[in-house]
Ligand binder design. Structure first.
Ligand SMILES: Nc1nc2c(ncn2[C@@H]2O[C@H](COP(=O)(O)OP(=O)(O)OP(=O)(O)O)[C@@H](O)[C@H]2O)c(=O)[nH]1
Ligand SMILES: [Mg+2]
Length: 296
């Protein structure tokens, strides 16, 4: 018998959803940073075996009061996962607190697919808190299972994976078995650059930025080694943000370029030449056409 299904990972920003998906898939798929709202799209990670295929979806953290259209789009990606889920993995930080009437709780209580509570970051918590969380969530939701884990340390993730596979419905492989994701390489290139922007800049900058890969060319160095030339645009919302990205005498963008190039070389396993440009797109986060172009 062959099993397959959509296993959708949801939760608040920063709960550890992307860390969990990467741990389960065993690949560095979604970008991870310490800043909330790192993930902005629904990203598929595939894990296949001889007799199973799991289609994981990593999603943006649910935003309670969206302040601009991009955040509304991020929430819509989460809503879409309720439509096709065979299993919901609801990730909650061990020290995170929810109110009984939180919209996510409401949504999950109406879920057609079974809901598993993933209590993450137990390495940062204590036994009493974990036990209390389990009791609280058992009263709040009709749960198919509860897994206290530390995704970052792959603690408890093997047991979770075993349960996921055992509870997949019977079904065919939806994707070729050697495929890892539904996204093209360019998407991951732009995400890696955005990850470095999240790491290198502060306050509103990470949330005002989008990255577009304008060109991606496989060439050779003079010596004949493989080289990938990437030209990417960094879109900001205002001219002041452009000067922050560039920094005094170009120092900040130079550092960004170096950090991003190194990460891209690791990801692509070749030498990379990275050319970054900054452009202002007035208030793109609230502009339907720009959002569409950026895939929201
Ligand atoms: N100590 C500890 N940190 C963790 C664990 N899992 C994730 N983290 C950290 O928590 C932060 C957020 O992790 P992400 O995986 O990006 O969280 P996310 O839920 O995908 O966040 P968004 O994409 O913003 O919604 C990162 O700094 C992770 O390293 C864990 O089990 N233990
Ligand atoms: Mg994420």
């Amino acid at each position: 018998m062959h099993r397959s299904g959509f296993v959708n990972i949801i939760g608040r920003p920063n709960a550890g959803k992307s860390t969990l998906m990467n741990a389960l898939v065993g690949e560095r798929m979604s970008i991870i940073t310490a800043k909330p709202q790192t993930t902005r799209h629904r990203i598929i990670g595939l894990l296949s075996g001889e007799d199973f295929q799991i289609v994981f979806s990593d999603t943006p953290g649910v935003i309670k009061d969206p302040a601009y259209k991009m955040q509304e789009a991020m929430n819509r990606f989460v809503d879409s996962t309720f439509e096709d889920a065979d299993m919901m993995l609801f990730v909650v930080g061990a020290d995170e607190e929810y109110e009984d009437d939180d919209p996510i709780v409401q949504q999950l209580s109406n879920s057609k697919a079974p809901v598993y509570l993933i209590l993450n970051k137990i390495d940062l918590s204590d036994q009493a808190t974990i036990i209390k969380q389990i009791e609280t969530w058992q009263n709040r939701l009709n749960l198919a299972g509860i897994f206290p884990i530390a995704a970052l340390h792959k603690q408890g993730t093997d047991g979770l994976l075993k349960t996921v596979i055992e509870n997949l419905p019977e079904g065919p492989a939806y994707y070729p078995k050697d495929q890892l994701t539904d996204r093209p390489e360019r998407f991951f290139v732009s995400e890696i650059i955005r990850e470095k922007i999240l790491e290198n800049y502060h306050q509103e900058i990470p949330y005002s930025v989008e990255v577009g890969v304008e060109s991606f060319k496989e060439t050779k160095t003079k010596k004949g080694d493989d080289l990938i030339r990437i030209r990417a645009e960094i879109y900001v919302m205002r001219p002041t943000q452009k000067s922050i990205i560039i920094g005094k005498g170009g120092s900040s963008i130079k550092q960004l370029g170096t950090d991003a190039r190194k990460a891209l070389e690791t990801f692509l396993e070749t030498k990379v030449f990275l050319d970054l440009h900054v452009k202002v797109r007035d208030n793109w986060r609230d502009d339907d056409q720009w959002l569409k172009r950026f895939g929201y």
